[in-house]
Every structure is written in structure tokens, then in C-alpha cells.
Design a protein around this ligand. Structure first.
Ligand SMILES: [Zn+2]
Length: 213
């Protein structure tokens, strides 16, 4: 199998998982991966990502032009291309609409607050990008200062962006975000949630940095 064929089948597999786990509804969300030639494979707009096939996937160059495939790229493609430009080490991006992460942003609850040690250890703080009209250039504008330092960002009232060296990494970050959102929502229903202390966070950050070395 060529790299393109392998990655197309991975996109199809991830699309099914996103839909089956309700991280997207109807035609929502988009998935992309970067090829060795710096082109990007991405899902088309107007189709359910849970039902796409390899034939539906488009190859796009860094200018956003279709190199291979039939169909229309997502209006959120600009956001994907911006992320690849800003993060040379990143090769995969998932944009989804997970209900609980989005609910937290509507309620003004931030996932940047350190509450769950596992999150601090693995993903770090997750900022919320200011509200931007979906599908417009406001979206890349709202994330451009956050992407260089973060692999996961919440979009206010809209959804999530998760980045990875590969698609599995981007997918599992999304899964962790939504699981954390669920945990935080449950805790807030029970009591006032206290963040971890500065000392607790410092130990976790030191541990995280030691993994990277
Ligand atoms: Zn969206």
C-alpha cells in the first residue's frame, strides 16, 4: 500500500469512530493528515464522516487547491492548513463537535484550569479560542496564537481541534478531552470544583517534561 492509500483508510476508520462515539453529528467535523510531499488528505464537506469511503477523500495542496479527488473541501480547511504551517511536527488534525466540551465553552467553563491530573500530565492546559463565526476566516484567526503552544484547543460554542503526530494521537486527545469534560461536568453538579494546587501542578508538569526527554 502507498502512504496515500494507508492514510485514506485510516481517515475512513477515524470517521467511523467519531460518528459512532457521537463526537460529530450529521455532516459535522473534518479530518486531515499531512503527506510526505506536504499535501494534505482531507474529508469532503456535505457528507457524514461516519459513512465516507476512501474514494471520497480529497488531496489538497498547501494553497488549498484540489490535487486529487472529486468533491468540495470543508470550509474549515483553512484552519487545517494554518495548523500544518504553524506546527511542522504535526501530521494529523481532527475537528469535531463533542457535546460536553462544547457545552463547557457555552457555560464559560475552561479546560485550561488544572483539575484532572491525568489531563495536566498528558495534554497540558487546553485553551478556549474566542468565538468565531464557523466556516469563515474568523476561525483560523481565533486559533493562530494558540496552536503553536497547544495540541488541543476548544472553540467557543463550536467544538474542538486536536493535533497529533498521527491520526490515532489526534483521536485519543479528542477522546480524553470529552471524557474530562464529562468528569468536570459531573463534579460541578455535585459540588464547587477546586483546581489542583500550584505545587501539585508543578509536580505534574515536571513529570510531563521528564517524559519528553
Ligand atoms: Zn465545526
Amino acid at each position: 500500500m502507498t502512504q496515500t492509500e494507508t492514510l485514506k483508510s485510516e481517515i475512513v476508520k477515524i470517521g467511523k469512530k467519531l460518528y459512532a462515539n457521537k463526537f460529530i453529528a450529521a455532516y459535522d467535523g473534518n479530518i486531515s493528515v499531512r503527506l510526505d510531499n506536504n499535501n494534505v488528505l482531507t474529508t469532503p464537506s456535505g457528507v457524514c464522516k461516519g459513512a465516507i469511503t476512501e474514494q471520497d477523500i480529497l488531496e489538497i495542496n498547501q494553497q488549498g487547491e484540489i490535487v486529487n479527488g472529486k468533491g468540495k473541501p470543508s470550509s474549515e480547511l483553512r484552519m487545517h492548513l494554518l495548523c500544518y504551517r504553524l506546527r511542522p511536527g504535526i501530521n494529523a488534525l481532527i475537528h469535531a463537535h463533542p457535546a460536553l466540551c462544547t457545552a463547557l465553552t457555552i457555560a464559560g467553563v475552561s479546560l485550561a484550569e488544572p483539575v484532572i491530573p491525568e489531563m495536566v500530565l498528558t495534554i497540558g492546559d487546553v485553551p478556549t479560542a474566542a468565538y468565531a463565526t464557523p466556516t469563515t476566516s474568523e476561525v483560523p484567526e481565533s486559533i493562530k496564537n494558540l496552536i503553536p503552544g497547544h495540541d488541543a484547543v476548544l472553540l467557543e460554542r463550536h467544538g474542538t481541534i486536536t493535533l497529533g503526530k498521527n491520526l490515532d494521537e489526534a483521536y485519543y486527545k479528542l477522546e480524553k478531552l470529552e471524557h474530562s469534560a464529562k468528569t468536570i461536568l459531573s463534579a460541578r453538579q455535585l459540588a464547587v470544583v477546586k483546581p489542583l494546587t500550584t505545587e501539585q501542578v508543578k509536580k505534574l508538569v515536571d513529570l510531563r517534561n521528564s517524559y519528553k526527554q
